[in-house]
Unconditional design. Structure first.
Length: 407
C-alpha cells in the first residue's frame, strides 16, 4: 500500500509542477501519479508474498495420553467457557511433528478448519461435523476414516483451548490442533493445514459452519467422478457453490452478499476462470495430488487465495467439479457486516484478481511442476522455495487437456 509519506511527496511535486508548467502538465503528472499508486495497490499482494520468509516453520501437535483431564476450574462444555476461565487441558501428553504430503495418506478424509477468534462458534461447528462424520463412518457400507485439523490462526481468545479439549477428549488421531504464531489470514491457515493433512482427500471448511456439512458426501462423489475421468492422474477439485444453476440449490444469504457475488461473476470469468462461478465459497475438496499443485506454491494468504487456486487449476487443466451446496448466513461474520464492507471487499477481490492474472501472465508467479505419475518438487521439499522452478512440463499438460476437451 502507498505510505502517507509517499502520497505527501507526490502531492508536493504535483503542486510545484502546477506552479511552473500550468494545468496541462499538472493533469499529466496527476495521471502518472494515479497510475503509480494504482500499480502499487494492485501489486501489494505480490510484494507481500515476495517478502514472506522462505523457510517454513516446523509444526507440532499435542498427543494426549488416555485419561488426560481438564485443569481445575474449566467448564465441562467448551462452548460455555469464558476467556478468563479458559485453561489448557492437563495430564500426560507429548509433542509430535505433523506429517507432510511426502508421507503416505493414513485416512480417507482430512477436514482443515481455519479458526481465528472462534471460541464461540467453533464448538457448534465441531459438534455438528463430528456427529455427521461418525454416523457416516458407522454405515456398514462406508469405508470412511477421517481427521479434523483445526488451524489456530494466531487467535487472541480461547480458540486453541477449545480445539485442544476436543483433541484431548476424542484423541489426536481424530482432532489435531495446528497453531500459527502470527495471524496469517484464512489462505495462509488453510495452506498450512493442507500441507500437513493425512487424508487422501482434504476438505477446507469454515469454522462458522455456514455450509451444511451434509453436502460433503455429494461433493466427495463429484470429486471422485472427476478424478476417475481425469487424464492427469489422480488430480481433481470439488468446489462447493452458492452460485446455483440447479433447482436443488438453496442459499439463504443476506442481500448484500448476493450483490457482491453477482457483481464478481463476470470479472471471475474474464480474469480467473470460466469454469467456476462461485470461487469464494469456503467449501472445497482436494485430492492429495491436487493439494500439491494448489498449495505448495500458493502466494495469496488472505481472502483472495481462492482466486489463485481456481486460476492455477484452470491453467493446468486440473478437473474441477462445481457442486451446489446449502449455505446460510451465520452471525459473527468477520468480512462483511454492512454496505461499506461490500464496496471495500469488492475492490479488494478485484485487486487480487488483477494481481493473480498479471503475475502468472508475466511469469512472476509460477505453478508447481507435476506429471501424470504424481507431483513433488525437486528434493522432496515444498513451500515458497519452489517458486521460480521450471513449469514448462506442467503448462504443456494443462494445455493438452484443454485441447482434448475442446475437441
Amino acid at each position: 500500500m502507498a505510505s502517507p509519506a509517499m502520497i505527501s511527496t507526490v502531492s508536493s511535486n504535483l503542486q510545484a509542477l502546477c506552479n511552473h508548467q500550468g494545468i496541462g502538465a499538472y493533469a499529466l503528472a496527476l495521471g502518472g501519479a494515479v497510475l503509480v499508486l494504482g500499480l502499487a495497490y494492485v501489486f501489494q499482494p505480490a510484494v507481500a508474498a515476495w517478502r514472506r520468509p522462505r523457510e517454513r516453520e516446523p509444526y507440532t501437535f499435542t498427543r494426549y495420553a488416555p485419561g488426560s483431564g481438564l485443569a481445575p476450574g474449566t467448564a465441562s462444555s467448551p462452548g460455555r467457557r469464558t476467556r478468563a476461565s479458559a485453561k489448557a487441558p492437563t495430564g500426560e501428553m507429548k509433542e509430535e511433528s505433523f506429517p507432510t504430503l511426502a508421507d503416505a495418506p493414513e485416512v480417507l478424509l482430512s477436514l482443515v478448519i481455519p479458526a481465528y477468534n472462534e471460541e464461540i462458534r467453533l464448538p457448534v461447528m465441531l459438534d455438528t461435523t463430528l456427529a455427521y462424520l461418525e454416523a457416516w463412518s458407522q454405515n456398514p457400507r462406508s469405508s470412511l476414516t477421517y481427521e479434523l485439523i483445526v488451524v489456530d490462526d494466531g487467535s487472541t481468545d480461547a480458540t486453541v483451548v477449545v480445539a485442544s479439549e476436543y483433541s484431548r477428549r476424542l484423541g489426536s488421531d481424530v482432532v489435531r490442533v495446528l497453531r500459527l504464531r502470527k495471524n496469517r489470514g484464512k489462505g495462509g491457515a488453510i495452506r498450512e493445514g493442507m500441507l500437513h493433512a493425512r487424508g487422501r482427500y482434504a476438505l477446507m471448511v469454515d469454522a462458522d459452519g455456514a455450509t451444511d456439512i451434509t453436502c460433503l458426501e455429494r461433493l466427495l462423489n463429484a470429486t471422485q467422478a472427476a478424478e476417475e475421468g481425469s487424464s492427469e492422474g489422480s488430480m481433481a477439485v470439488g468446489v462447493g457453490s452458492r452460485a446455483h444453476y440447479e433447482k436443488d440449490s438453496v442459499a439463504t444469504r443476506a442481500w448484500y452478499r448476493t450483490v457482491l457475488m453477482k457483481g464478481l461473476h463476470l470479472l471471475v470469468t474474464v480474469l480467473i476462470s470460466g469454469r467456476i462461478r462461485d470461487t469464494q465459497c469456503g467449501f472445497k475438496l482436494f485430492t492429495r495430488e491436487a493439494i500439491k499443485v494448489c498449495f505448495t506454491t500458493l502466494h495469496l494468504e488472505r481472502w483472495g487465495f481462492d482466486l489463485e487456486i481456481v486460476h492455477v487449476c484452470d491453467r493446468l487443466g486440473v478437473p474441477m467439479a462445481e457442486v451446489p451446496v446449502r449455505w446460510q448466513e451465520v452471525e459473527g461474520s468477520k468480512l462483511i457486516t454492512n454496505k461499506l464492507d461490500v464496496v471495500l471487499a469488492s475492490i479488494g477481490i478485484f485487486r487480487d484478481m488483477l494481481c493473480v492474472r498479471i503475475c502468472y501472465l508475466l511469469g512472476l508467479w509460477r505453478t508447481a511442476p507435476y506429471s501424470r505419475a504424481g507431483l513433488w518438487p525437486e528434493g522432496g521439499k515444498f513451500g515458497t522455495k519452489d517458486q521460480g522452478i521450471d513449469t514448462s512440463q506442467a503448462a504443456r499438460h494443462g494445455k493438452g487437456q484443454r485441447r482434448r476437451k475442446a475437441e
